[in-house]
Design a protein around this ligand. Structure first.
Ligand code: ADP
Ligand code: ADP
Length: 237
């Protein structure tokens, strides 16, 4: 369970990125956060793994207020909350398989990860997850040889290989064409449901949100202006 209690974030220049956010998110929910550019979607999602730090309120993950976490606790938090970005997700010159295994870094000992040595079970897990997104046969291809959509599916494989509890996807399809966007969203949703992962996805488009979300959170100027199941979204919303 993920809970925002009166969470606000003021950027150093005085801009209020989030204003009194109150949300309860259940385990396994697939949530799409929608809003115009600048509404605060990215700030909301990034708060959950402390890429940005809210200035007041409480943000609870399984009852623990992560806003109290110190620098040393962040690695644990970021292993629990896997992130997918719009682009520049993968290390270009590395093979697809190595990129996916990078998802294990938070679990691997420091010495092993410095040397790039992964236990055999991590290799197996990475291959399994590549196959789940239909990219198994590209395992030994360099990441930058893949299309944008394939790269995003590799990002999904990497994030689940990390075995997080929460997936945070910040505009994961914003640079893809519509058919490719649907392939990526379908993979993300299927895998999120199969592994019972709480997922928050930022999207620009309401129609795409309606197609995939269990629940839609609408933001405007840093405030929640809509929160409900897809069935409650009407043309008037
Ligand atoms: P969205 O993801 O919905 O496009 P963001 O969360 O990126 O929105 O940004 C919300 C608002 O906060 C925007 O007005 C943006 O310009 C502002 N903002 C984002 N990051 C910073 C920052 N580091 N300093 C000041 N303002 C910022
Ligand atoms: P996005 O819309 O994808 O969130 P932006 O282009 O708005 O990305 O922001 C890119 C980076 O610039 C982010 O790190 C964000 O925090 C920062 N940023 C955005 N708006 C501002 C701002 N008004 N002042 C300072 N930094 C900002």
């Amino acid at each position: 369970m993920l809970e925002f209690k009166d969470v606000s974030l003021t950027y150093p220049n005085g801009h209020q990125g989030l204003k009194n956010i109150n949300l309860k998110i259940n385990d396994g929910e697939f949530i799409v956060v929608v809003g115009m550019s600048g509404a605060g979607k990215s700030t909301l999602i990034r708060s959950i793994n402390r890429l940005v730090t809210p200035t007041s309120g409480e943000l609870l993950i399984d009852g623990e207020n992560i806003l109290k976490y110190k620098e040393k606790d962040l690695r644990k938090l970021r292993t629990k909350t896997g992130m997918i970005f719009q682009q520049h997700n993968l290390v270009k010159r590395m093979s697809v398989l190595r990129n996916v295994m990078a998802g294990r870094l938070g679990h691997t000992g420091t010495m092993r990860s410095l040397l790039g040595m992964f236990p055999q079970e991590d290799v197996k897990l990475a291959m399994k997850n590549l196959n789940r997104v239909g990219i198994g046969e590209k395992a030994y291809t360099r990441a930058d040889q893949l299309s944008g959509g394939q790269q995003q599916r590799v990002s999904i494989a990497r994030v689940v290989t990390q075995k997080p509890k929460v997936i945070l996807a910040d505009e994961p399809v914003a640079s893809l064409d519509p058919p490719t966007s649907h392939v990526v969203m379908k993979d993300l949703k299927r895998i999120s449901k199969e592994d019972n992962l709480t997922t928050l996805v930022n999207l620009h488009f309401i129609d795409m949100a309606q197609e995939y979300a269990d629940r839609i959170i609408g933001l405007r100027d840093g405030e929640v202006v809509f929160d409900g199941p897809v069935s409650e979204v009407t043309d008037k919303t």
